[in-house]
Design a protein around this ligand. Structure first.
Ligand SMILES: Cc1cc2nc3c(=O)[nH]c(=O)nc-3n(C[C@H](O)[C@H](O)[C@H](O)COP(=O)(O)OP(=O)(O)OC[C@H]3O[C@@H](n4cnc5c(N)ncnc54)[C@H](O)[C@@H]3O)c2cc1C
Length: 467
């Protein structure tokens, strides 16, 4: 390595930025890594360590049944720094990859500080840097940098609040009950779940009983009318939801020819129509209660929630309007964005997008084209989603199986009917297909050293991965 090796800048030494810096340095590129802690702290971090885990210590469920398990395996295959540190600081946690918080961030901090090609620069960055850069300043990006990002991307494309509604897997919606229509015969873009009065009152009672997540003091929850959580709307009276987001007006139920008592509407989230979000159902309910309430909606009795609703302080870009699947900003292709700021949710997703942004920024610095992983891989599915999701009301996304293509349908049975594959039948082959595609891409297209990872085999299905 010579002093004339190209240099890139990484801003933020959190989960995404630490991974990005190490991925770029591994390709022989010099990195100037800026981190404002401990000079300036965020409201959630407690230390000056890199990759500090601000809340839970879990990087998600493991094994072939888990979407996070596939992403972990992909990152292991290319020696991802975060997953390597997590494996080395693992604590027993059933079927999840959980870590000793202090040991984990000490390992990441050590790896970054000891790397000869990484120079750590303490202090806050107040503007988008010149030249090739990865911006990975996370959900609590400081105000000055956020303002400069808005200058670059447009002010309406940066959000400071996450008011997300649950997102449901299409295949789990009962289409004998939910029907496609728009209000007053307008374009049939919505799936509509009709309530009788009895069903609505049962749903409302459960909503009233459900427990909300208690916000941290610093979150200072102040709701705008337009993104009021459904449980707050319900607090205003039994009829308030059905005169608001659950209004049945203009929706003739084809089975009765009449407007139902109330309606829950779902809107398509991704291009393929495999994920649908509940319109006006942003919520801060605890996940168990949230699932129980959602499954009381007619047509969603067996709903698989691929992304739970959340209400919290968050800084993130409207990815489909500003980012390519290579994680480059369309407004300035020398700038890459990773982590929560890029519209992902979760520690592991932040690390994974950090790895891709760092790899692609280094490639650009070396005169090579930035790349997108294959659609069958979880990382490829995630970054393609970021670049192509519905920009209207875009909310950060965590990995889930609806991000990658389904398996081909099995041949019809003797009765001529095509049998629907169960989760246990289809997820392990989807896992193996995704990992094989990722490793082939990383080795052949990206030219990286690739090692087949050991895949943990949990005895039973893990619980849904923590955030
Ligand atoms: C309160 C809270 C709880 C959360 N709990 C969980 C959880 O339990 N599980 C989970 O998976 N996810 C959780 N998240 C989401 C979580 O933040 C991300 O999963 C992950 O930390 C994001 O990684 P990141 O690299 O994008 O951001 P971070 O890890 O936050 O890293 C961003 C870094 O940038 C630095 N920075 C910010 N602005 C500047 C600047 N201008 N100049 C220089 N440095 C700057 C910050 O100090 C920070 O070190 C939580 C988020 C919050 C806010």
């Amino acid at each position: 390595m010579t002093a004339s090796s190209p240099t890139i800048t990484v801003v933020g030494a959190g989960l995404a930025g630490s991974e990005a810096a190490l991925a770029a340095a591994r390709l022989g590129v010099r990195v100037r890594l800026f981190e404002m802690r401990p000079v300036k702290m965020t409201p959630a971090h407690r230390t000056g360590n890199f990759a500090e885990l601000v809340c839970s210590t879990s990087l998600g469920g493991e094994g072939e049944m888990q979407a996070k398990g596939l992403l972990q395996a992909e990152l292991r295959s290319v020696g991802g720094a975060i997953v390597t540190a997590a494996d080395a600081s693992r604590v027993p946690a059933g079927n999840a990859l959980a870590v000793d918080r202090d040991e984990f961030s000490a390992r990441v901090t050590g790896a970054v500080r000891e790397h000869p090609l990484i120079e750590v620069v303490p202090g806050e960055v107040g503007a988008v840097p010149e030249g090739i850069a990865v911006i990975a300043t996370g959900p609590l990006t400081s105000d000055a940098l956020a303002a400069d990002l808005m200058r670059l991307t447009g002010s309406e494309r940066l959000s400071f609040y996450d008011a997300a509604a649950p997102v449901i897997a299409y295949e789990s919606i009962n289409l004998d009950v939910a029907w496609r229509a728009g209000r007053y015969g307008q374009s049939a873009d919505y799936l509509n779940c009709p309530f009788t009065k009895e069903e609505y009152l049962r749903f409302f009672a459960a909503l009233e009983q459900a427990r909300a997540h208690t916000p941290h003091d610093w979150e200072g929850l102040e709701f705008f009318e337009g993104c009021m959580p459904i449980e707050e709307i319900a607090r205003r009276g039994v009829d308030t939801p059905r005169f608001g987001p659950m209004s049945p007006k203009g929706l003739d139920d084809p089975r009765t020819g009449r407007w139902p008592y109330a309606v829950a509407q779902l809107r398509q989230e991704d291009r393929e129509g495999r994920m649908w979000s509940l319109v006006g159902f942003q919520t801060g309910l605890k996940w168990g209660d949230q699932k129980a309430v959602v499954q009381l909606i007619p047509g969603l009795e067996n709903a698989e929630i691929v992304r739970y609703g959340v209400m919290h302080r968050n800084t993130y870009l409207n990815a489909p309007e500003v980012l390519d699947s290579t994680l480059q900003l369309r407004a300035d292709r020398q700038k890459f964005v990773a982590g929560v700021l890029a519209g992902t949710e979760g520690y592991l997703e932040s690390a994974a997008t950090g790895w891709l942004a760092g790899t692609n920024a280094a490639r650009l610095a070396l005169g090579l084209a930035p790349l997108t992983p294959p659609a069958e891989s979880m990382l490829g599915g995630l970054t393609r989603y970021l670049a192509s999701a519905n920009p209207q009301g875009f909310q950060p996304m965590n990995v889930n199986w609806a991000l990658v293509p389904e398996l081909p349908a099995p041949p019809p049975g003797p009765n001529g009917k095509v049998r629907k594959l169960g989760k246990r039948e289809k997820r392990p082959p989807m896992f193996r297909r995704g990992l094989a595609a990722f490793m082939a891409w990383a080795g052949e297209e990206a030219g990286l050293p690739v090692t087949p990872p050991a895949v943990p085999q949990p005895e039973e299905d893990a619980l849904p991965a923590l955030r």
